[in-house]
Design a protein. Structure first.
Length: 144
C-alpha cells in the first residue's frame, strides 16, 4: 500500500540522535511511524509527542503524502537552569508514496496523546467484487 521514499532515513535518524543535532527545514529529522490496514481503511500513525497541532502540516499531492511537524523548546524563565535535555527539538518530516488503491480525497487526521493518526479509505475500484455469469449468451457482468 505504501513505499518508503528514502532507504537511508533511519541511518540519518541514528546519526542525528548520536550527534545531538536537530532537524531543520532544509534537512528535517525523521519521525517514527506505523502503517497497517484495518478493514476498508489504511491507517498510518506518527509519533509526535510534544508537538502542538498548530505545528503540524499534512499535504497530499497526487500519491505523495507529506507530514511535517516542528517541536519548539518550551519557554523557560531566566532563573531556570537546564540539567538534562534529551527530547529532540526541531523539524520532523516524513514522505510516503500512497498506492493508487487508496482514496486520497478522503483522508481523516486525528491527533491524540502525541500520536498523529491518518485514516485513508481504500478506493472502491480496489475492493474485491464478484463476477456473475449469465447462461446462454456468454456475457459476464461485474457486480459491486
Amino acid at each position: 500500500m505504501l513505499m518508503r521514499t528514502d532507504p537511508f532515513r533511519e541511518m540519518d535518524r541514528i546519526v542525528q540522535q548520536l550527534s545531538g543535532t536537530s532537524g531543520t527545514w532544509s534537512k528535517p529529522s525523521v519521525m517514527p511511524m506505523d502503517a497497517y490496514r484495518e478493514g476498508d481503511e489504511y491507517v498510518i500513525a506518527f509519533d509526535l509527542p510534544g508537538v502542538n497541532t498548530e505545528a503540524l502540516d499534512i499535504d497530499v499531492e497526487r500519491n505523495m503524502l507529506t507530514v511535517k511537524a516542528e517541536r519548539r523548546p518550551v519557554a523557560k524563565a531566566d532563573s531556570v537552569k537546564v540539567e538534562l535535555s534529551e527530547r529532540p527539538l526541531g523539524v520532523f518530516s516524513r514522505q510516503v508514496v500512497l498506492a493508487d488503491t487508496l482514496d486520497t480525497e478522503r483522508i481523516e487526521a486525528d491527533y491524540d496523546a502525541g500520536v498523529l493518526t491518518l485514516r485513508i479509505q481504500i478506493a472502491e475500484r480496489a475492493k474485491p467484487r464478484k463476477v456473475s455469469i449469465s447462461s446462454g449468451s456468454g456475457r459476464k457482468q461485474i457486480s459491486g
